[in-house]
Design a protein around this ligand. Structure first.
Ligand SMILES: C=C(O[C@@H]1C=C(C(=O)O)C=C[C@H]1O)C(=O)O
Length: 98
């Protein structure tokens, strides 16, 4: 193995270690988010509120797009990602209501 290849292998290992730590943060963050959304789902079911709140979602999407731009993240990707999570949350909320 040449020095250049060894150096590249070291850099790759370092990046992958960071990626693994960041993936753990994402999983724990999502776990915490779903705990709160489950509590919201129970509250909504108890008080006959609809599972989805389009006005709240629109405000969250607008905020996330601004945050994504600040963070050098593709705002379209951020929007798709949040919509994906919200769709799952709404399914959970519907289950609370049945
Ligand atoms: C969690 C809520 O319920 C739904 C899910 C949302 C979310 O996951 O952020 C946002 C709005 C609602 O459509 C809420 O109303 O706050």
């Amino acid at each position: 193995m040449t020095d250049t290849v060894k150096r590249a292998a070291e850099l790759l290992k370092g990046h992958r270690a960071s990626i693994d730590r960041l993936d753990a943060i994402l999983v724990y963050t999502l776990g915490e988010r779903f705990k709160h959304t489950q509590a919201v789902g129970k509250l909504k079911a108890e008080h006959d509120l609809p599972p989805s709140d389009p006005a709240r979602e629109a405000a969250q999407i607008a905020r996330l797009e601004d945050l994504a731009k600040e963070a050098d993240l593709d705002p379209e990707f951020a929007k798709k990602f949040l919509n994906f999570i919200i769709a799952e949350v709404i399914q959970h909320h519907k289950q609370h209501q049945t």
